[in-house]
Design a protein around this ligand. Structure first.
Ligand SMILES: [Zn+2]
Length: 263
C-alpha cells in the first residue's frame, strides 16, 4: 500500500504490517547526475518492495532531505545537520508507533545518513520501558551494504569494486530509472592529486582510518569511481539484485516475534 494514496479509514494495521520509510537525500552527484539521485534510487527499490508485498508494506513517501553537509561545497545540495536528522527520524517513528505500527523499516539510500541513523537506533535502546511492554521492531538497512560488495560486482559485471558516489553503480542504476536525467558525456570522476594507503579517498578499499572530510577534499567535481563505465544493463542487474535481498528481508521481518521488556 502506498501511504499517501490511502484515506484515514484505510489504515488497517495488523501485527504483521511494516511501515517502510525510504531515506534519500537532495545533494550534488557530480556533473552528470541529478541531485535527486539517492532519493530516486531508494524510492525505486522501496516501490519494488511494496509491489512484491502489497498487503504487508505501507510505503511512506521518500524522505528527500538527508544529512549532506559534507556535500554543501557543490551546487544544489540541501541538508539537515545530523542532530536535526536524528530528531526527524525520532518524530517519524513516534507517529508510526502511535498509529499502531510495531514494525518500522528505514531503508537508507545515502551514505551520509548512516551515522545519524545509527545514533537514532542507539537512542531507541535508551528509551525508558515499562516491564511487560511489547517492544516494537525499529530497523534500518543501507541497501548496497546488505551483501558483500564482491557479489554485486560479479553479478552485474561491474569494473569498480563497490558503490561509492555518482559512480559506475549509481550512474548505471540511474540510466535504468531516469535515463533522461543522466548526462553521460559529463560522466567523469574527479580524483584529487594524492593517494593514501590508509584513507580510501575514492572508496577503493575499506578505509583504515576515518576522517571528517568534506567532499571537496576528496573529489574535484563531486563524483567518485568510474561513472564513465556505467551501462543501463548493469543498472537493471543491480536493481534486481538489491530488490531480491530486500524482499527476502521484508518477508522475514514480518515474522520476527515480539518479546516483552523487563523479563
Ligand atoms: Zn548517491
Amino acid at each position: 500500500m502506498k501511504w499517501i494514496n490511502l484515506r484515514a479509514p484505510e489504515f488497517k494495521i495488523t501485527t504483521e504490517s511494516i511501515a517502510l520509510v525510504p531515506l534519500g537525500s537532495t545533494e550534488q552527484h557530480g556533473n552528470h547526475l541529478p541531485v535527486q539521485t539517492d532519493a530516486a534510487l531508494v524510492g525505486e527499490l522501496a516501490s519494488r518492495i511494496e509491489a512484491a508485498c502489497p498487503d504487508t508494506v505501507f510505503l511512506l513517501p521518500t524522505l528527500w532531505l538527508g544529512a549532506s553537509h559534507h556535500h554543501l561545497d557543490f551546487g544544489g545540495t540541501l541538508s539537515l545537520r545530523a542532530s536535526t536528522y536524528v530528531g526527524v527520524l525520532r518524530d517519524i517513528t513516534e507517529c508510526l508507533l502511535r498509529q499502531g505500527f510495531q514494525r518500522i523499516f528505514f531503508l537508507n539510500g545515502h551514505g551520509g545518513n548512516i551515522p545519524p541513523l545509527s545514533q537514532f537506533l542507539s537512542n531507541c535502546q535508551e528509551e525508558p520501558l515499562k516491564a511487560g511492554e511489547t517492544l516494537p521492531w525499529v530497523v534500518s538497512a543501507t541497501y548496497w551494504l546488505m551483501n558483500p560488495p564482491s557479489e554485486a560486482k560479479e553479478l552485474a559485471g561491474m569494473k569498480s569494486a563497490r558503490l561509492t558516489h555518482a559512480c559506475e553503480y549509481e550512474t548505471s542504476m540511474m540510466l535504468s530509472v531516469t535515463p533522461d536525467l543522466v548526462a553521460m558525456p559529463e560522466a567523469k570522476a574527479g580524483k584529487p592529486h594524492f593517494a593514501s594507503k590508509f584513507f580510501a579517498l575514492q572508496g577503493e578499499f575499506p578505509s583504515r582510518v576515518q576522517a571528517g572530510v568534506r567532499f571537496s577534499q576528496i573529489t574535484l567535481n563531486g563524483a567518485m569511481g568510474e561513472p564513465g563505465l556505467a551501462q543501463v544493463e548493469k543498472g537493471q542487474k543491480l536493481l534486481d539484485y538489491y530488490t531480491k535481498t530486500l524482499v527476502e528481508f521484508v518477508q522475514e521481518l514480518r515474522r520476527w516475534p515480539f518479546l516483552p521488556a523487563g523479563r
